[in-house]
Design a protein around this ligand. Structure first.
Ligand SMILES: [Zn+2]
Length: 161
């Protein structure tokens, strides 16, 4: 299984120098460790796994190249992860385009579109969400804007309209 922690460490629950360093530095979070342990308990295949996880106020995002495996049959695996974390979990296809990832992150709020705005400092993205769906966003527009900017590679604003 491919996770931010190596298989041997997950199996023995004692950490090698490399994993310990990643945990100490915060490169690997406790949440990611918990997800890795849960996926291991669910017996995911060798090819399955996840790249990283990000924590929002109302949900944990799991980025994976094997979304079907992380979701599991009828959502069995993702339900187990959600239970272990005590939080809603969204599985995001890490191979999807940046726009598709952002739309998935904002769900259940709908992304109406992304406008590219050219400013003197460079380009900026305006991500349009219906105002009446602001309460459905998984975190505050401010927190989401920072996160989404990383995916799009340029400053982004969440515009409620
Ligand atoms: Zn290790």
């Amino acid at each position: 299984m491919k996770t931010p922690v190596c298989d041997a460490c997950l199996a023995t629950n004692s950490f090698c120098a490399s994993c310990q360093r990643k945990l100490d530095s915060g490169e690997v979070t406790r949440t990611e460790l918990e997800i890795a342990k849960t996926l291991r308990a669910e017996n995911l295949s060798e090819q399955a796994g996840f790249e990283r996880a990000l924590e929002l106020k109302d949900a944990v995002l799991i980025f994976t190249l094997t979304p079907a495996a992380v979701i599991g049959r009828q959502g069995k695996v993702v339900k187990a992860v959600s239970k272990a974390l005590g939080k809603k979990v969204k599985v995001i296809d890490d191979a999807a385009s940046p726009h598709d990832k952002v739309a998935e992150i904002l769900r259940p709020a709908r992304m109406l579109g992304v406008n590219t705005v050219f400013k003197s400092g460079g380009k900026e993205f305006h991500i349009r969400v219906p105002r009446e769906e602001a309460r459905l966003l998984p975190d505050s527009p401010l927190a989401l804007k920072t996160l989404v900017s990383q995916f799009l590679g340029a400053p982004a604003e969440i515009i409620l309209e």
